[in-house]
Design a protein around this ligand. Structure first.
Ligand code: CP
Ligand code: NVA
Length: 303
């Protein structure tokens, strides 16, 4: 019997070899502008509890490129918004559809969908991780620098969902990752320790300059993620000194690139100058969401 494949976090891909295979396949699909009928006759539900531009569009396009169709669903327009439990919703979705792509708050909601549903579940962002984005970001580096082992990556700012997924990526890919995060805004420290013990080349510091020194790719993200809007002012205080600006980029390796998953707050986590500079590869990252997600869908749905 075939096992249903879920992509809740990067480690669900399996080991290093499977992760590299996915990267190669996404690159190939991009180069060939692949279309297929893998999802012909199949319908995937996109259950989104938070706003989205890139993830929604790139998944809708990816599913179409593979011959399938999607139904976009939000709590406000469904009985979820009137307190119908997620386990019931999961069982109903599974009776008509072939997969669930979900953007939500707690990771446990994905696990509930897996437990009660019977179709593949794909994480389109939770408070704990953003695996599709980080896989697209690794693809964006890999296109430029196929020798990932030669790379130094810096994460500057919040220890948020993106930071956690970068830590997971560092467990499967051989780049070096240094995170500079203010006190009180650490990533998932259990995950960090697990990754370090598993051999990931990762470090955590409070000093952005230390993380950026000699780095090839400089990553940041908003200081207040979706759901944390009320903390915006407090976070602006806490993240003073963590802006990526021209002086930050000067500390990086020659020809270093700036990365951001978007949407951006210009003048907060990154200066407008760096964001619009030649070093910025943010729209390549956004483009690669499509290609990586096609590869992820193929991974989840191939038999
Ligand atoms: N980067 C990202 O996930 O963007 P959206 O919130 O627009 O989907
Ligand atoms: N950390 C951000 C990423 C948005 C794509 C958030 O969760 O809002």
């Amino acid at each position: 019997m075939n096992q249903t494949k879920h992509f809740l976090r990067i480690r669900d891909l399996g080991g290093r070899e499977q992760a590299m295979n996915l990267l190669r396949r996404a690159k190939e699909m991009k180069e060939n502008n692949t279309r297929s009928d893998l999802l012909a006759g199949k319908t995937l539900v996109m259950l989104f509890e938070k706003a989205s531009t890139r993830t929604r569009l790139s998944f809708e396009v990816a599913v179409r490129h593979l011959g399938g169709s999607v139904i976009f669903m939000t709590p406000a327009e469904s009985q979820l918004g009137r307190s119908e439990p997620l386990p019931d919703t999961a069982r109903v979705i599974s009776r008509y559809n072939d997969g669930i792509i979900v953007r939500t708050f707690g990771q446990e909601k994905l696990e509930e969908l897996v437990r009660y549903g019977s179709v593949p579940v794909i994480n389109a962002l939770t408070d704990q991780g953003h695996p599709c984005q980080v896989m697209a970001d690794v693809l964006t580096m890999y296109e430029r620098t196929p020798d990932l082992a030669a790379l130094r990556v810096a994460w500057i700012g919040d220890g948020n969902n993106m930071a956690n997924s970068w830590i997971e990526a560092a467990m499967l890919f051989p780049f070096e990752l240094t995170l500079a995060v203010p006190q009180g805004y650490d990533p998932d420290l259990n995950l960090f320790i697990e990754a370090r013990d598993a051999g990931a080349k990762i470090r955590l510091t409070r000093n952005p300059a230390e993380a950026v020194a000699g780095a090839n790719y400089i990553n940041t993200d908003v200081w207040a993620s979706m759901g944390q809007e009320a903390e915006q002012k407090k976070r602006e205080q806490a993240f003073q000194g963590y802006i990526v600006d021209a002086s930050t980029m000067c500390l990086a390796a020659p020809n270093a690139k700036f990365m951001h998953c978007l949407p951006v707050h210009r003048g907060e986590e990154v200066s407008a100058e760096v964001f619009e500079s030649e070093a910025s590869i943010v729209f390549d990252q956004a483009e690669n969401r499509l290609h990586m997600q096609k590869a992820i869908l193929e991974w989840a749905f191939s038999r």
